[in-house]
Design a binder for this molecule. Structure first.
Ligand code: SF4
Ligand code: SF4
Length: 193
């Protein structure tokens, strides 16, 4: 799938997000790194019925060789999944082989944004909300509505503001936002301008 976002832009985004984290302490210590470890091979072996992959945004795969030893890759077709109609062709999913250990500077964007998610208001305003994804674990940052670092919120907002200039990514955020509204999801705004 062709993205307008260049590799060097994704690299700059990674560098910006490398410098921030949701809270100052290691939030993985609060929950046993639930968001990293809940979708790994151990759960498959235990017969649980979820298998969380991390999908890459269109073009984000340019930052990887697909030979990383810590990642397992799946290539799927957007048409087969619940992606916007404008999406077609390959989408890349990764799963970590050694969670919660990974090269921090190489974490996919989806790992870096959590527990925040982008939302477009009905007036088209970009907002950051607590993630409303249905997950097989609970994130204490969300359940306790912990105060997040302002630097993390600001950097995440800046990145999403840039990312949604790409029509494919805009369509994804718009679709997710409309789905939330249609389902009456009670989302909570963390930040907006
Ligand atoms: S983001 Fe939430 S679920 Fe993930 S490690 Fe931090 S506290 Fe745990
Ligand atoms: S890439 Fe790193 S941060 Fe993301 S789920 Fe895997 S171990 Fe966790």
């Amino acid at each position: 799938m062709k993205s307008n976002i260049k590799k060097k832009t994704y690299q700059a985004i990674y560098r910006l997000l490398d410098r921030v984290s949701p809270i100052t302490e290691d939030c993985g210590a609060l929950c046993g790194a639930a968001c990293c470890t809940c979708g790994g091979d151990s759960q498959e072996e235990e017969g649980l019925d979820y298998d969380l992959g991390i999908y890459l945004l269109p073009g984000e795969e340019k930052l990887f060789t697909m030979k990383e030893e810590w990642l397992k890759w799946s290539v799927e077709y957007a048409e087969d999944y619940d992606f916007p109609d404008s999406w077609f062709g390959k989408v890349y999913f990764v799963r970590c082989k050694t969670p919660p250990v990974c090269p921090r500077e190489s974490r996919p964007l989806q790992c870096r944004f959590f527990p925040l998610a982008p939302h477009l208001s009905e007036e088209g305003r970009l907002q950051l909300i607590w993630s409303t994804s249905e997950l097989p674990y609970s994130c204490p940052l969300i359940t306790e509505k912990r105060a997040l670092n302002a630097s993390f919120i600001q950097a995440t907002y800046t990145v999403w503001k840039h990312l949604i200039r790409d029509t494919l990514i805009f369509d994804l955020v718009e679709m997710d936002s409309q789905d939330r509204e249609a389902a009456g999801v009670n989302y909570q705004v963390v930040y907006q301008l």
